[in-house]
Design a protein around this ligand. Structure first.
Ligand code: NCD
Length: 308
C-alpha cells in the first residue's frame, strides 16, 4: 500500500512539522514550487458536496504545475451505476498519480487506499475524519500563536457529527499541555469513542459544557462548527439544534485579546458577519493556509511514492 493520509494519526508530530515548514516555505517562495508537479495528475473524487476542499486541492495542484481531473458529485460518476469504491480506486490509479477522495461513508477513503496503487488522501469521510482540514487548522494556529503546545482549545457546536473536530482533537492532543473545552448541546456531545481513545486513555485534560460565554475567558482558540444537517435522521432535531451557538460581538466581551477564532467553513449562522473584521477572526486565513498545506502534502506523498 502506498503512503496515504487517511487519518491525521498516520503522520507523526515530526512529519506534521515538516509539512508546516514546507507550507511556510511555499508561502515565502511560491515561484520555487511552481513547476514541481509538472506532468503529474491529481484526481479529485468527490461523492459529497464541497467548495473549499475540492477547489483547494485543485488550486494546490495547479500551483505546483500539475493538472487535475475528477468529478464533484456521485451522480456524475459510475457510483451511480453501482461501482464499488474499491473498483473506482483501481480504475483511477490508471489515470492519475494521486487521489483526493470525499465520501459520505465512514471508511470509504481507507477502502480506496487499500485498492489504489497511488497515494490516497481522505478529503472527508462521513462524520468521521477530515485530516486535511486539520492540516489547515494546524498551520493557522502555528502562524497565529507561534506554537501548537500550551493551549486551551474550545471546540463549539456539533461535536458529534463534526469530522473536522475529531481530526483536530486527534492532532492537538499529541502536543504538550493542550487542554480541551468541549462546548455543545447535550445531543451533540463528542462521541464517547473519541473521548475514550483520544482524551481519557492518554490523560488529556478536558471539560464539557453547554455554556460558551462562561468559558470564553479561558480560551486561546475558539473553533466554531456548523450543525451537520446532512447527518441528522430527522429535520425537526436539526431545526431545534441548528442555532444553539451564534457568536456575536457581545459574546466576545470577556474573550482574550489574542483569542484565535476559527471555523472550517461553510458558515451557516454560527458566527455573525460583524465579527469578520475583528482581528481575532482567522477563518478566512484558514482557507488560504489550507491550500498551502495541501501543496505540501501532495509533494510529500508524491515523493514518498516515487512519483517525484
Ligand atoms: C467541513 C467538512 O466538510 O467537514 N468543511 C470543510 O471541508 N471545510 C465542515 C462542514 O462541512 O461543516
Amino acid at each position: 500500500m502506498k503512503r496515504s493520509l487517511i487519518s491525521i494519526q498516520d503522520f507523526s508530530v515530526e512529519e506534521l512539522q515538516e509539512l508546516i515548514d514546507t507550507a511556510n516555505d511555499i508561502i515565502a517562495r511560491p515561484e520555487a514550487y511552481s513547476e514541481c508537479c509538472r506532468g503529474r495528475k491529481l484526481a479529485t473524487l468527490f461523492f459529497e458536496p464541497s467548495t473549499r476542499t475540492r477547489l483547494s486541492f485543485e488550486a494546490a495542484m495547479l500551483e505546483l504545475g500539475g493538472s487535475v481531473l475528477g468529478f464533484s458529485e456521485a451522480q456524475s460518476s459510475s457510483a451511480a451505476k453501482g461501482e464499488s469504491v474499491a473498483d473506482t480506486a483501481k480504475v483511477i490509479s490508471c489515470y492519475a498519480d494521486i487521489i483526493a477522495i470525499r465520501h459520505p461513508k465512514e471508511g470509504a477513503p481507507l477502502v480506496a487506499a487499500m485498492n489504489a496503487t497511488i497515494p490516497v488522501i481522505n478529503a472527508g469521510d462521513g462524520g468521521h475524519n477530515h485530516p486535511t482540514q486539520t492540516l489547515a487548522d494546524l498551520l493557522t494556529i502555528h502562524r497565529e500563536k507561534g506554537r501548537l503546545s500550551h493551549l486551551t482549545v474550545g471546540v463549539c457546536g456539533d461535536l458529534k457529527f463534526g469530522r473536522t473536530v475529531h481530526s483536530l482533537i486527534a492532532a492537538l492532543s499529541r502536543y504538550e499541555d493542550v487542554r480541551f473545552v468541549l462546548i455543545s448541546p447535550e445531543e451533540l456531545k463528542l462521541p464517547s469513542y473519541v473521548k475514550k481513545e483520544l482524551l481519557r486513555e492518554r490523560g488529556i485534560p478536558y471539560t464539557q459544557t453547554t455554556d460558551l460565554e462562561a468559558v470564553m475567558p479561558e480560551l486561546d482558540i475558539l473553533y466554531m462548527t456548523r450543525v451537520q444537517r446532512e447527518r441528522f435522521f430527522n429535520e425537526e432535531d436539526y431545526l431545534r439544534l441548528k442555532d444553539s451557538y451564534i457568536l456575536t460581538p457581545d459574546k466576545l466581551a470577556n474573550a482574550r485579546d489574542d483569542l484565535c477564532i476559527m471555523h472550517p467553513l461553510p458558515r451557516v449562522n454560527e458566527i455573525s458577519v460583524t465579527i469578520d473584521d475583528d482581528p481575532r477572526a482567522c477563518y478566512f486565513k484558514q482557507v488560504l493556509y489550507g491550500k498551502y498545506m495541501r501543496m505540501a502534502l501532495i509533494l510529500k506523498l508524491l515523493k514518498e511514492s516515487g512519483s517525484l
